[in-house]
Design a protein around this ligand. Structure first.
Ligand code: SAH
Length: 456
């Protein structure tokens, strides 16, 4: 007989919240049946209304906190109930760091079978606000008002960022100024439903070290009416602007940027640096969004690679060559491998910009390119991987195991796939010596990790 859930829809139950999920919901158990409760924190006793009952788990709505967690703080976001862009605003920063460490430990143990790994406390920020160097917000019309902001949870309704009250970007006021300038110059906001209107997104990028700002206006149309006036007003209102770009995206799509960019004013890229290395950033380049913590992460990568100047290093999933160029300063030779052709172009340009001549960049899937390199007899002393959320392709892991580099440095934005891949590498002879989580995204549930593996 099928076991019944111990609760029904609309029941109100008093629960002890025990855990936090990867998306920031509290978890409580009623007779062993898990209830997921947004906004509840571990250690809290709460009254919860059951709103959905599935076979193995249900969802509840927090009605009343009977005993709050000592780590609960007032949520500074006035729109958090509807927005949900940053999921941990109600948890103190100390609490966030502890929760992220636990998330990493749990993933390693449950999904990787790795029990006694040396997981360090999360490296956090001194000031965990205003850290993002990139904002891209949709533009639209709401009750006759020209708005720019964030989508409401599970919808495409825009919440105007002016009312948010939380600043995670370096300076949201730049976005608001651009919004107002476009409005004053008669630009119509994009209407997603009818695929009409002109301005779809406003993107702003900051180069923290140089102070340069790039403004990207994403338009549905090839024409940007009154572009001369818009440029004039932006230059006047935003002193550090170094580049104003129109990006054209004529398609009906959720993808933000289109294929064509036109520089309306200034340079086509802005320049930032991490440590001693300079990077030219174009509208489409992938570039880490938290520059302070990127430095912390890359310094760790350098530390874990333990380079003496004699090593050959492969940097798989290299993007625009950030880690490759950082390591090239201390290695004999670095190969960067990346699937996006434009990123490889940027990487080559960045090597030139820094006068780095011992880095070579190859375009293609890491699992194919590096397997070919091994077949050609190229040997690596250190392999660095920094894959997207889905982790490394198994073929790449097998190639690494066959190539036998002395060290593997694994940079990961997803503890689950990290755990899986560390287990596979472990079976192939690599011992995970250390895992260092780094908080790249304060106030959200995301956690980045860097791990050092040694060939046994
Ligand atoms: N290391 C870089 C970028 C990491 S993001 C940095 O720190 O800035 C992950 C990168 O992997 C992206 O640039 C993505 O385009 C690339 N990528 C995704 N799948 C890939 C594959 N199969 N082979 C090589 N690169 C891939």
């Amino acid at each position: 007989m099928k076991k019944q859930a111990p609760v029904s829809k609309n029941d109100v139950v008093t629960v002890d919240v025990e855990d936090l999920t990867q998306d920031g919901s509290g978890v409580a158990k009623v007779d062993g049946y898990p209830l997921f409760i947004p906004n509840a924190l571990p250690g809290e006793k709460a009254k919860v209304k059951v709103i959905k009952v599935n076979k193995g788990y249900g969802f509840g709505r927090l009605e009343e906190i009977i005993e709050p967690s000592p780590e609960r703080v007032e949520n500074p976001c006035k729109l958090h109930k509807e927005c949900g862009g940053a999921q941990l605003l109600h948890l103190s920063y100390e609490g966030q760091l502890r929760a992220k460490e636990k998330q990493v430990r749990d993933a390693l143990e449950r999904l990787g079978g790795l029990k006694d790994v040396n997981v360090h406390p999360v490296l956090g920020m001194e000031k965990p606000w205003s850290y993002r160097n990139k904002v891209q917000v949709p533009v639209g019309e709401q009750n006759g008002k020209f708005v720019a902001g964030y989508y409401k949870k599970r919808s495409h309704e825009i919440v105007d960022m002016e009312n948010c009250g939380v600043e995670l970007s370096m300076d949201d006021s730049v976005v608001l100024k651009v919004r107002d300038i476009c409005k004053e110059n008669g630009i119509s906001p994009y209407n997603e439903q009818d695929h009409r209107g002109v301005l779809r997104h406003i993107m702003v990028r900051w180069a923290k070290q140089t102070g340069e700002i790039m403004i990207v206006l994403v338009t549905r149309t090839r024409q940007l009416p009154n572009d001369v006036e818009i440029v004039r007003d932006i230059v006047k209102a935003i002193p550090n602007v170094a580049s104003i770009v129109q990006n054209i995206n004529t398609k009906r799509t959720n993808v933000i940027l289109g294929d064509r960019s036109v520089t309306l004013w200034g340079k086509s890229t802005i320049t930032d640096s991490i440590g001693e290395v300079k990077f030219a950033i174009s509208p489409r380049s992938f570039y880490q969004v938290n520059p302070d913590q990127t430095k912390v992460l890359y310094d760790k990568a350098l530390e874990y690679a333990e380079l003496t100047g004699e090593e050959t290093v492969i940097d798989a999933y290299c993007g625009i060559g950030t880690i490759s160029l950082f390591l090239a300063q201390k290695a004999k030779k670095v190969y960067g491998v990346e699937i996006v052709e434009d990123a490889i172009k940027d990487a080559k340009r960045n090597a030139e910009l820094n006068g780095i001549t011992n880095a070579e960049f190859l375009v293609g899937a890491a699992e194919e390119v590096i397997t070919n390199m091994a077949a050609e007899g190229i040997k690596a002393d250190v392999i660095v991987v920094d894959p997207p959320r889905k982790g490394c392709d198994e073929a790449l892991l097998n190639t690494i195991i066959a190539m036998k580099p002395k060290k593997v440095v694994y940079v990961s934005c997803n503890p689950g796939t990290l755990a899986r891949d560390l287990r596979i590498l472990g079976e192939g002879g690599y011992e995970t010596r250390e895992v260092q989580p780094v908080d790249m995204f304060p106030q959200t549930t995301h956690v980045e990790c860097i791990s050092q593996l040694i060939l046994k």
